[in-house]
Write a protein that binds this ligand. Structure first.
Ligand SMILES: C[S@@+](CC[C@H](N)C(=O)[O-])C[C@H]1O[C@@H](n2cnc3c(N)ncnc32)[C@H](O)[C@@H]1O
Length: 223
């Protein structure tokens, strides 16, 4: 099994544990910083429609929906899409990033914004997905990506783009089947976004309010 398939298998196997942890607010950085940061970033551009890619159980879709935004979403885990559909009335599909890249999923509209929150975990799946996204956006549409701040790996003495072990590291709960995930330096993220057809890439950094450590980065990308 290749690394990309392994990521999907792991998410399918750990779906119930993930639901427990998200629904109970069990990830401190999300509660304190990153959830509100991505909501604020998206809402700031006043989109009428948003596509949430790798939407998980739909917490972000719901926050945006409650603002009167028309929200669609996709995720590879059927149980997550079921939960998202309970929260939001909209077009939600069980689909992979490859399905989006190959245009196997059809939405009834182009979007003012696409958001991907902590959901880009692989190499080719990410590259193929990102280069397909401009065609899903309206002319002045924006892509928002939130990911772990790349500098967190500087402290570990390994600031190099590549596959890294430990997909569930640091999470409380019963997680199995650890997977490798593909890390990118800040420079490699920016280059990839530009190579994918996003000509302007704006970077926002979030910090943990107690430790002051960099927490996440949000890329706001224009076509
Ligand atoms: C860390 S979770 C984030 C979920 C959600 N965006 C959130 O903020 O809670 C990563 C999500 O990406 C989804 N995912 C990972 N690889 C995928 C792929 N290749 N195709 C579709 N979904 C994928 C997983 O199923 C999971 O829901």
């Amino acid at each position: 099994m290749d690394k990309e398939e392994h990521i999907i298998l792991s998410w399918q196997a750990n779906a119930v544990s993930w639901l427990d942890i998200v629904q109970s607010g069990g990830i401190e950085s999300r509660k304190l910083v990153t959830n509100q940061a991505i909501v604020n970033a998206v809402i700031a551009v006043k989109p009428a429609s948003v596509l949430d890619i790798g939407c998980g159980e739909g917490w972000l879709a719901k926050k945006l929906y409650d603002q009167g935004i028309r929200v669609s979403g996709i995720d590879i885990v059927p149980g997550f899409i079921e939960k998202a559909k309970e929260k939001v009335v909209g077009e939600f599909f069980v689909a992979s990033y490859e399905d989006i890249a190959s245009k196997s999923v059809s939405f009834s509209l182009l979007f003012d914004a696409i958001v991907i929150n902590f959901a880009l975990l692989g190499k080719e799946s990410t590259e193929n997905l990102l280069s397909s996204l401009p065609q899903y956006l309206n002319g002045n549409g924006k892509l928002f990506i939130q990911t772990l701040h790349p500098y967190s790996r500087k402290e570990m003495g390994d600031y190099t783009t590549g596959w890294k072990p430990g997909g569930w590291e640091g999470l409380p709960g019963q997680f199995t089947i650890p997977y490798q995930w593909y890390f990118r330096t800040l420079g490699d993220w920016t280059q990839l976004l530009k190579d994918s057809g996003f000509y302007e890439v704006h970077i926002t950094e979030t910090k943990h309010p107690v430790s002051g450590k960099l927490s996440s980065v949000i890329f706001t990308c224009s076509i």
